[in-house]
Design a protein around this ligand. Structure first.
Ligand SMILES: Cc1cc2nc3c(=O)[nH]c(=O)nc-3n(C[C@H](O)[C@H](O)[C@H](O)COP(=O)(O)OP(=O)(O)OC[C@H]3O[C@@H](n4cnc5c(N)ncnc54)[C@H](O)[C@@H]3O)c2cc1C
Length: 300
């Protein structure tokens, strides 16, 4: 990270909220469900599918999870009534996983029931390594009850080769990503190439087992390797999808859609947009440069 970006990231909490909001508007659909619905409608019109993420993770009080559960239920109702092409992505820590796993399961069960009513799909996002095993277990439990539940595996974790075999054994629907949390070298590859190799191997293991794979990346090299795997296995268009974050790598996204691949955009929205934006800014220092420019211009 260059010194200026490092400084920006360190002083981010001091940056006025309106400036962060201006930058965040590219990566977050808005605060309200209505904002999310119009973003999804626009993406659908561009030939992309969507997955909705109600922002809010790592709650400190279990009562806070109630709003998340009802926000997902409302989102599922609206997706159905507007006939939009979108599923949902859920973070189990937003349902209290780190405080009370049994409670989080019960809350997740309510979201899964809401999805079942609309025959929609629920992806469980993967979070930091303290919850990897519990998240996989919860996925395996719920998948037995409702097949339209999916998992995420992070290529940077050394354990992922084993987890991919576990997922392959049940023909899971898996999103593969590099992994976003800072993890120590004992458990996670740090080297860019090692992570790309692990990514390609994970996709290969899953595809070879007949799993539906979501290839979540903006890295053109990872995309090309995945395309080679898709071609080698002669996968039908409906057997996989690419996935990208809202506001990131628009050119690559449009190219993949034009080539005929299915592509899903991750659409975060909700009151917790500020925490999400700060995390995005911290993880991608190049965006921090935009913060500086925002400050110099007086913000928007
Ligand atoms: C749909 C989707 C779902 C995800 N779900 C999870 C999850 O459940 N758990 C998890 O740990 N991680 C998740 N991630 C994040 C993922 O693990 C990576 O941290 C992130 O995608 C960056 O890795 P990359 O493969 O795009 O490659 P990189 O090499 O990091 O990025 C390639 C290029 O893409 C651009 N880029 C990448 N990320 C951003 C960004 N945030 N903002 C602006 N530009 C960016 C940059 O130009 C960068 O040079 C998800 C990512 C996507 C796309």
């Amino acid at each position: 990270m260059n010194p200026l970006n490092r400084l920006v990231v360190a002083t981010l909490p001091l940056v006025p909220k309106p400036i962060v909001r201006g930058i965040a508007s590219r990566y977050v659909a808005g605060e309200k469900l209505e904002d999310a619905m119009s973003t999804v409608a626009r993406l659908n019109a561009e030939g992309c599918m969507a997955t909705l993420d109600v922002l809010g993770e790592d709650v400190t009080r279990l009562e806070e999870t109630e709003e998340t559960v009802s926000a997902y239920a409302r989102a599922l109702d609206e997706i159905a009534s507007r006939r939009l092409d979108s599923n949902i992505s859920v973070k189990l820590t937003a349902l209290g996983l780190k405080m009370d796993p049994a409670f989080a399961r019960a809350q997740f069960a309510r979201i899964v029931e809401a999805a079942r009513r609309h025959d929609n799909f629920v992806r469980i996002d993967m979070e930091d390594s303290s919850v990897t095993e519990e998240t996989i277990r919860i996925f395996l439990e719920f998948r037995e009850r409702y097949p339209k539940v999916g998992l995420v595996l992070q290529a940077y974790l050394r354990r992922t080769a084993d987890d991919a075999r576990r997922a392959a054994a049940v023909k899971a629907n898996v999103r593969v990503c590099k992994g976003i949390y800072v993890e120590p070298p004992q458990i996670a590859f740090q080297d860019r190439e090692e992570i790309r190799d692990s990514y390609a191997k994970t996709v290969e293991t899953l595809v070879a087992a007949g799993c539906y794979v979501g290839i979540a990346t903006h890295d053109p090299i990872v995309v090309d390797r995945a395309k080679a795997t898709i071609a080698r296995h002669k996968l039908a268009r409906e057997a996989y999808e690419f996935q990208m974050l809202l506001g990131v790598a628009g050119t690559l996204r449009r190219r993949l859609v034009a080539e005929g691949h299915r592509l899903r955009v991750y659409v975060p929205y909700g009151d917790a947009w500020y925490a999400y934006s700060v995390r995005r800014l911290k993880e991608n220092p190049s965006i921090a440069g935009h913060v500086v420019r925002g400050i110099l211009r007086g913000g928007r």
